[in-house]
Every structure is written in C-alpha cells, then in structure tokens.
Ligand binder design. Sequence first.
Ligand SMILES: NC(=O)c1ccc[n+]([C@@H]2O[C@H](COP(=O)([O-])OP(=O)(O)OC[C@H]3O[C@@H](n4cnc5c(N)ncnc54)[C@H](OP(=O)(O)O)[C@@H]3O)[C@@H](O)[C@H]2O)c1
Length: 211
Amino acid sequence: MKRIAVIGGTGDLGLGLAARLARSYEVTIGSRDASRAAEAASKVSDLSGIRVIGEENGAAARSSDVSVLAIPNLPSDDVLISLKPDLAGKLVLSPIVPMEFRDGLFSPSLESGSAAERVASLLGTRVAGAFHTVPAARLLEVGRELDYDVLVTAETREVYAEAAEIVSSIASLRPLYAGPLRNSRMVEGITPSLLNVGKLNKIKSPSIKVV
Ligand SMILES: NC(=O)c1ccc[n+]([C@@H]2O[C@H](COP(=O)([O-])OP(=O)(O)OC[C@H]3O[C@@H](n4cnc5c(N)ncnc54)[C@H](OP(=O)(O)O)[C@@H]3O)[C@@H](O)[C@H]2O)c1
C-alpha cells in the first residue's frame, strides 16, 4: 500500500484529506510540531476509523511515497527547501491557493505564476496541482459522497495519471487533466472566484463539476 504524508495535516484541508485518503493509503499527518501531528492523527483516526500516525513534517515526508502540501497560501521558500531532501524523487501534490481577502471579496494574491510552479521549481521533483476546489468542510463529512470534479495540472500525462489515481480514490471525485503546470495559475484562480460566488449567492462550501 502506498504511503501518503499530509504536510500541514493539522489544518482543515489536511484533516479532511487525511481522513478520506486513509481508506486507500497509509497516511501520516505532518506538522511543524510532532505533538500537534499526533493530536491531529488521533482526530483523523477517530473520524475515519482507520489508524493514522502523526510526525514532524520532515519525518512524515521521508517515510512516504507521496506528499500533499496542505500548507497555507504561499509557504516561504524556507519551508519548501527544508523538505526538499525528504521529497526528492517523489510525487508532491499542491492544493495551495494563493489568495487574499479584501473589501469583502477573495482574489488571487500572486502577481504572476502559480503556487504549483513555485513548488516544482523549489523542490525539483514531480509536482501536480490538485484539490484546489474541494472544500475542507465537505471532506470532513466523511460519510458524504463528493460528486465533484478536480482539475489536475501536471507537466506530463504520466504525472497526471499518478495524481489522478490518488484523487479518484476519494468517492466520487473525478480527476480531469487541466494541462501542464503553467496552467496552474488559472486553476488556482478558480477557488477565489468560487468562494465569491458562494458568498454572494449564499452557497455554502461551493465546488465544481464540468458538464
Ligand atoms: N480549507 C479549504 O477548504 C481548502 C480547499 C482547497 C485548497 N485549500 C488550500 O490548502 C492549503 C491548506 O488549507 P487549510 O485551510 O488547511 O490551511 P491552514 O489551516 O491555514 O494551514 C494548514 C496547516 O499549515 C501549517 N502551517 C501554518 N503556517 C505555516 C508555515 N508558515 N509554514 C509551514 N506550515 C505552516 C499549520 O500546521 P502546523 O502548525 O501543525 O505545522 C496548519 O495547521 C492552503 O494552501 C489552501 O489555500 C484549502
């Protein structure tokens, strides 16, 4: 069974993804603090009914085949560089949405490029952008089927296929290839738009489906 580390797995998205992925993978919750990781792991174990462990981020990445970077907006370069040796040669999934909230609305916060491209250039490993439009609140409702599409960016179809397998392990998420990493800016930009639509039209935890 593949091992997946959820880096920053103490936050809402990480907890929700960990609880869902634990059904198909050996999941380790990562945190900057080992005791917070252990606490979150016990929360996820209770939620999923499957034993999940918690470790400091580096140890979690080291012991896993795949890592999901469930860390805020734009992590500093130092955070990513410190994980580089532990992530070398492995698949990394970036759900990171660089976003800000101003004057009552959400907007992308990067002048150019995307979080996924930055992650790829700093880590130098296989990176796919995924899960940007999957609301943590819905993932945490572990009994709920998620009939959403997940746009996945990746430099090649092969890397996309690796990421798609992980996305589709969560019922009923459907991965769709959204092109190479240079397209990540557009995909990451969907989330602030979606949150504005949700806010302005009173739709809780909006997501997407391509029809
Ligand atoms: N929430 C959602 O519904 C959702 C949906 C789709 C995509 N996303 C994206 O997924 C990512 C995680 O979202 P979230 O809402 O779970 O975020 P979050 O709760 O703000 O943060 C997640 C975890 O990141 C760690 N962290 C905080 N500051 C850090 C830093 N400077 N360096 C390294 N780690 C740090 C913290 O864990 P420790 O303190 O334990 O290390 C925290 O629990 C974000 O990039 C977000 O844009 C979120």
